[in-house]
Design a protein around this ligand. Sequence first.
Ligand SMILES: [Zn+2]
Length: 114
Amino acid sequence: MSNELAQDGATIRHWSACPDCLSDLRDSEPQSGKCPFCGAPVELIWWQRYLFGTIAFALTIATPLLVGIRSVVWIGIVSLMVGYPVFAITFFVLLKVLPPKYEHRLDSLTLLPG
Ligand SMILES: [Zn+2]
C-alpha cells in the first residue's frame, strides 16, 4: 500500500487510487478487475471508458479511410478486422498519456430490495 498522509493527518487520494483502500494503482495495474491490495472490484472511471472508446471507435473507422478504401462495405469489413488491435493500441497509448482513474465496478454493487 502506498497511502500518504497530509500534514494535517488526512489521507491523500492519488489520481489512480483504489476507491476502497486508496492505494495508488499507477504502477500496479488491477488484474482481472480487482485491486491488488484489497481485492475490491474496480474499473476505469466512466468518462475515461467513454472517451477512450469513442476515440478508438473513430480510429477504427478512420483506418480503412486512411489506406484509401472508399467502399462502405469494405470500410465495414476492414474496420471489423482492425477493430481489436486498434482498440488495444488506443487504450494503451491513451492510458500512458492520461493515467487511469478507477471507480467501483458497477456490476459488483448489491442493490437492496424495496
Ligand atoms: Zn484497494
